[in-house]
Design a protein around this ligand. Sequence first.
Ligand SMILES: [Zn+2]
Length: 136
Amino acid sequence: MSIDWDVLATEARTMAARAYAPYSDVRVGACGVTDGGRLVRGCNVENASYGVTLCAECGLVSDLAAGGGGRLVAIAVVAGDGAPLAPCGRCRQILFEHGGSALRLFDGTPEGRTLDTLLPDAFGPDDVETRRGGLT
Ligand SMILES: [Zn+2]
């Protein structure tokens, strides 16, 4: 699948403008595309209790599930200045669950980068299946 980074980055910038970030003033928007070609979006939503702030990627994954699911193929995450922003550690794990290590991330280059460069040796659904129990 050819990735149209311009569309993903533009939509992510639109999402960043809609962010609710009154505490940090760091706006983040995300837009991804599924294996079925559907666009999914999210923006960060802060909270007075900082620990329960929702990242843009969380909203995007909720949009993914709410819209019928699918696998993420590529995602653009940008800050309010429009430049690429690397997902936080928690979101790298969340994105791995729904896009795997080959998920491509917008970095301003034509190829983008893959999630495995940000989350090597990721723990995922296969590990859960193969590592249950453990008592012999
Ligand atoms: Zn995050």
